[in-house]
Design a protein around this ligand. Structure first.
Ligand code: GLA
Length: 656
């Protein structure tokens, strides 16, 4: 008999002998450790809705309770000391009209009580549940099965009655930060895209990304006229040649070996022929970005080795702009950026590229000065500074084009396209308007190289997975030079302001994030403080076989092969005809399975068949994170997928 059971029986026996029943205590849900509760958005609030208003259910206000957001999860160890759990539950009035949730009380892997689907128009329901004899008790709020994410849900007057020992919170399951990417080998390896674009006659810059033991000798052959290679800095620069396709041969050698690769330069076929790889200041620094932080990010991009894996862009987001234009109407940086031109030069010396941010409206989302009525002048200013990338964010343009008709949605983006075409500089054009008007259908048509398909991401599972697994509709519209952008990465130290915290995504969720974004052929813009890259984050971002999926020159975005509760299988065909496939276990296929009840590592056995992938015959399966062949399979492949995690594989026909 285990110790707990022994104490439990002994205490019952003691009660029987002494003839007195133990005293019943009460602890309120709002007195428990809120940090152990998982909530779908924001943070759990005491005596307020999750949005910070008085707790209100169907017109009735309540004094005491917790405001949460579905999906909500909380488990306590009662250790058989529980007596009753009582509460009122319902959808908070501040939720969207279509909100729906379901409340559950679970005990030792069984449903003890469930509310049924509740809507914002339902009055609070009462729970009065006997919890005697229960070891582990879990409180769960589902999203009502509709996947809609505006579900604010309240626990009113919720309390546990218990004897002797108060319920103990059980910390949510967090996977181990296992590093899967094998160490970089000593032998040279040429990384990065196999194809790059430029406009004839405009300045060209490309850093050749190579890993391997130093010293490395890199030779570049068949460079078109007008370009030269600097063997110290590994940077190709000059003026892009006439319209054409130029195969450039790159050879890297050191004591441990040799690698060769053809980089195809295509001129006159647009930019961003593979999705941009880089860093953006927003998800870490928010509006507190400054010149020092941007230059530190560029330094770290090179020193950490990320640049040797193909990471190139250093993008300044909102917060760089001075409040007024100069007398001649020029936009200029505020005191946080003493010299923008020198920041560009700083990046270019490394072969990195500098990005900037503005809005077609009078003000940016952060309330800074933007480009309305100064579009051409701003494009010229950015070109003069040496800017290589523009994120153009709708924000206050809503005040100018309030009806959101399709022509209105397109207009400011077409205008800036015309302005960018007039300057003598290649500037990657990133549209940001959160997906309005199904932008993926017309983003390429207005000359965008990429366009945000969603609202802002944050470092929670619901946000990341909700965005990532919701990209199917946009898939057909991605391709070389024009990409869907499901927003920036939320791994590493993030924070949207001066203070940072480690991403709240668990290690397995971070593997899901990078794998899914790579399958989606998404722009990968690191959103963390580059000077604080821990080993786990660095390894997550430097797996060349995973990055090669993202950068595959065919540019086909993955589509879902199977989407079921708890299961997502996404696949894309790569340039060499092989398939990249992600098997994801998204958990929560039932309220009971949303929790870890014992010591088991939660996961799921999953199988993908050749039939559903549209392939047949014997195939080699390779695990891309571990960079390891798993064997040959005839009809299907089965594997164990961790909770909220992924197995990312490449499937190729066995060569005869
Ligand atoms: C919007 C965008 C973000 C960021 C901020 C800056 O919210 O979606 O990515 O650029 O504006 O204010």
């Amino acid at each position: 008999m285990n110790m707990k059971k022994y104490i439990f029986l002994a205490s019952i026996l003691a009660g029987l002998i002494t003839g007195c029943s133990p005293e019943i205590h009460t602890i309120w849900l709002d007195e428990m450790d809120l940090s152990q509760m998982e909530t779908g958005w924001g943070s759990v609030k005491i005596n307020q809705s999750v949005g910070g208003h008085p707790l209100t259910i169907n017109g009735v206000k309540y004094e005491r309770g917790l405001g949460t957001h579905a999906i909500y999860k909380y488990m306590v160890d009662l250790d058989h000391h529980g007596r009753r759990f009582t509460a009122k539950v319902g959808v908070d009035a501040e939720s969207a009209k279509q909100a729906s949730v379901e409340f559950f009380l679970l005990g030792d892997q069984k449903i003890l009580w469930q509310s049924g689907i509740m809507k914002v128009t339902d009055s609070a329901k009462v729970i009065d549940q006997d919890i005697r004899g229960i070891d582990k008790l879990a409180l769960y709020i589902s999203d009502g099965g509709d996947g809609i994410n505006y579900d604010h849900a309240d626990w009113i007057d919720a309390k546990f009655e218990y004897v002797r020992e108060a319920p103990e919170p059980v910390a949510p399951y967090v996977s181990e930060p296992d590093i899967l990417t094998p160490p970089v080998s000593d032998a040279p390896r040429i990384n990065g895209p196999a194809v790059t674009g430029a406009t004839p006659g405009r300045p060209f810059l490309f850093r050749v990304p190579v890993t391997g033991k130093k010293p490395l000798v890199i030779v570049v052959n068949e460079l078109p006229d007008g370009l030269e290679f600097n063997s110290e800095t590994h940077v190709i620069s000059g003026i892009a040649p006439d319209k054409g396709v130029y195969p450039i041969e790159i050879i890297a050698e050191n004591d441990s070996g040799r690698d060769a690769k053809t980089l195809t330069l295509k001129t006159g076929e647009g930019l961003a022929l593979t999705p941009p790889l880089g860093w953006n200041s927003w998800n870490c620094w928010g509006l507190s970005v400054d010149q020092e932080k941007v230059e530190a990010a560029a330094d770290a991009m090179v020193k950490s080795g990320l640049a040797d894996h193909g990471w190139t862009h250093i993008n300044i987001d909102d917060g760089w702009e001075a409040p007024e234009r100069t007398a001649s109407g020029e936009i200029h940086p505020n005191e946080k950026f003493p010299d923008m031109k020198s920041v560009a030069g700083y990046c270019h010396n490394y072969g990195l590229k500098l990005g900037i941010y503005s809005s077609p409206g009078p003000k940016t989302c952060g309330g800074y000065l933007a480009s309305y009525k100064h579009e051409l002048q701003d494009a010229q200013t950015w070109a003069k500074w040496g800017i290589d990338y523009l994120k153009y964010d709708w924000c206050s343009y809503g005040g100018i084009a309030p009806d959101h008709s399709l022509p209105e949605l397109k207009k400011p983006y077409e205008l800036m396209r015309r302005c960018l075409d007039q300057v003598n500089r290649d500037i990657v054009y990133s549209l940001c308007q959160y997906g309005m008007g199904a932008v993926y259908e017309w983003g390429a048509g207005v000359g965008g190289n990429l366009w945000r398909t969603t609202g802002d991401i944050n470092d929670s599972w619901n946000s990341m997975a909700g965005i990532g697994f919701g990209q199917a509709k946009a898939s057909p519209y991605a391709g070389p030079g024009h990409w869907n952008d499901p927003d920036m990465l939320v791994v590493g130290q993030v924070g949207w302001g001066p203070s940072l915290h480690a991403s709240k995504l668990t290690p397995d969720e971070q593997y899901t994030h990078i794998s899914l974004w790579s399958l989606l052929a998404a722009p990968l813009l690191i959103g963390c403080d580059m000077t604080q890259l821990d080993d786990f984050t660095l390894n997550l971002l430097t797996n060349d076989e995973v990055l090669a999926v993202d950068q595959d020159p065919k540019g086909e975005q993955a589509v879902p092969v199977r989407q079921e509760p708890g299961v997502e299988i996404w696949a894309r065909t790569l340039n060499d005809g092989s398939k990249a496939v992600g098997l994801f276990y998204t958990g929560e296929s039932s309220p009971v399975k949303a929790f870890v009840w014992g010591k088991e590592t939660p996961g799921k056995k999953m199988t993908v068949s050749w039939e559903e992938l549209g392939i047949n015959g014997k195939q080699t399966v390779r695990d891309l994170w571990r960079q390891k062949d798993l064997g040959e399979y005839d009809r299907s492949f089965s594997t164990h997928v961790p909770y909220h995690g992924v197995v990312l594989i490449k499937i190729a026909p066995v060569s005869e």
